[in-house]
Design a protein around this ligand. Sequence first.
Ligand code: CTP
Ligand code: CA
Length: 227
Amino acid sequence: QLNGQGQGALSGVHALITAGPTREPLDPVRYLSNHSSGRQGYAIAAALAAQGADVTLVSGPVALAPPRGVTLVKIETARQMLKACEDALPADVFISVAAVADWRPARAATKKLKIKATDAEAPAMELAENPDILKTLSNKRKNRPRLVIGFAAETHDVEDYARAKLARKGCDWIVANDVSGDVMGGAENEVVLITHDQSERWPRMGKEEVATRLARKIAAELGGDDG
Ligand code: CTP
Ligand code: CA
């Protein structure tokens, strides 16, 4: 909180954030996932809390401590993440930073699969599509957060792809992450903030600084609506 008085530009605002990867079980010991560290999402949660927001952070498995003053909801699968987000509504702003697995094994076995013992050839893994959490919350008729922000990592034609994602998901802003250079897995990010009518390329900066700057943008946007 700013000036230690429980005040801040985002005081009274409920912010819902997803971060980290999801983990999709194949059996009790195996899963599908990705390399998301959760670092950018956790930094955004911390920055919003520092501005006085009431923050709910729905997180997949990561090796990070929850930021001070943030309500952490730990989940593993995309379906659990969607349920946790819906349970946390209403929220004023939703920021979808998680690297949600697009697919999950169609069936999760309750016992460890004995692959070597039973199959002579490589077994086929049937996949089922996961829910799109960003799209689902963007398209809510009741309880849609006032401001819905998605993330997109792109290596080329960053603005075009991000703008297409903005339209497809129905969100208000997309933070497009330009991963064409050497930012992948690092401490810095190079982003373009895309809204319906403009785009803003930010200089390369630390993930914490991206978070602070985004928190300021969010405060300006939400403050503009109802003072
Ligand atoms: N997202 C989500 N639920 C999913 C997939 C993605 O909420 N099942 C969100 C991410 O959190 C991110 C945005 O959608 O904010 C874009 O994710 P991304 O993976 O870049 O886009 P996709 O639409 O999944 O397309 P692709 O992976 O093919 O680029
Ligand atoms: Ca995806």
